[in-house]
Design a protein around this ligand. Structure first.
Ligand code: ATP
Length: 297
């Protein structure tokens, strides 16, 4: 069982719930356990990647910890790929999908135990536009929602900002006539999601067979673009029954080229990230991720 001593935490001070009490309680427990803890704050989007790379190169930490939401974790992971030091998380975001994948609850004792003694697993990654992702890439409805989030509303109401942006995207018409090539086969859909693990947008099971510890991406193609169809999709997602819907095509994929409509919004690991055209593919590199002891996907 590893016993880690030196922790370098990269903290996004504006992430979601800004649970500073949780962060402080985790740091306190680490220090009580005899660990040395340094905390560095991000100053802008993308900064966590630079900070993580530099911290890994300095070589003083046994683990680099991303404290924030899934977007911050994604940025830290990008800085650590190919470096020996593992990544761990303190989930402080709005949705915290990776924490849900790891069955990690927002409890200081659980998080501190994981950081001190949790094993480091190799986790498969995906690539989007040449950059890694850990959880999902959404094209169409969720991309539009994430791009439309009002930062002030997000600060005030967290998930409420997503609900409001979702209602607006639904009212405008959620269909997007997407044309894509999945492993050489041309397909069409109104909404598309590529998922690396099991969960989507929170504790909602999209891919029942999804396993973040194994390489492999699943493509979900939602074929109907109507408002009622979207409600049906979201209810099925809430119940973990998307796979039962006759108008959703699900296939394992190695590479998907999303071609049209040009300019359609893309979200990656819960953050706005550009627009179509975009290529999503199976990554060839693995990330060393600290997981709770006894965790099994
Ligand atoms: N100091 C900063 N100022 C402004 N933006 C930042 C800063 N540090 C990081 N960011 C950006 O904040 C965005 C949101 O962060 P993050 O995803 O961690 O939180 P969240 O959106 O609340 O959580 P979740 O993804 O779990 O919903 C990221 O895209 C990141 O690039």
């Amino acid at each position: 069982m590893p016993l880690r001593r030196a922790f370098h935490i990269i903290l996004n001070p504006i992430a979601g719930a800004r649970r500073s009490a949780l962060l402080n309680a985790v740091v306190e427990r680490l220090k009580k356990g005899g660990a040395e803890v340094t905390v560095e704050l991000t100053e802008r989007p993308g900064h966590a990647t630079e900070l993580a790379r530099r911290a890994a190169e300095r070589g003083r930490a046994d683990v680099i910890v991303a404290a924030g939401g899934d977007g911050t974790i994604n940025e830290v992971a990008r800085g650590l790929l190919g470096q020996g030091v593992p990544l761990a998380i303190i989930p402080l975001g709005t949705a915290n999908v990776l924490a849900i994948e790891l069955s990690l609850r927002p409890r200081a004792a659980e998080i501190a135990d994981m950081l001190l003694t949790g094993p480091a697993h190799l986790v498969g990654t995906g690539l989007v536009g040449g950059e890694i992702f850990l959880l999902m890439v959404g094209i169409g409805f969720d991309g539009v929602v994430v791009h439309d989030i009002n930062p002030t509303l997000k600060k005030l109401s967290g998930k409420g900002a997503f609900v409001w942006a979702g209602i607006k995207a639904w009212a405008k018409g959620p269909g997007h006539d997407i044309r894509l090539i999945a492993d050489g086969r041309e397909k069409r859909a109104q909404w598309a999601v590529v998922v690396n693990g099991r969960y989507f947008a929170g504790p909602y099971v999209l891919s029942r067979e999804g396993d973040i510890s194994q390489p492999g991406l699943m493509l979900y193609l939602f074929r109907n673009g109507g408002r009622l169809a979207l409600i049906r999709y979201l209810i099925a997602l809430g119940l973990g029954r998307v796979a039962k819907l006759p108008d959703v095509e699900i296939l394992p994929v190695r590479q998907v080229r999303f071609l049209e409509p040009e300019g359609l919004a893309v979200e990656v690991d819960g953050d706005a990230r550009g627009a179509l055209p975009q290529t999503v593919e199976q990554g060839t590199r693995f990330l060393r991720l600290v997981v709770p002891s006894g965790w099994k996907a």
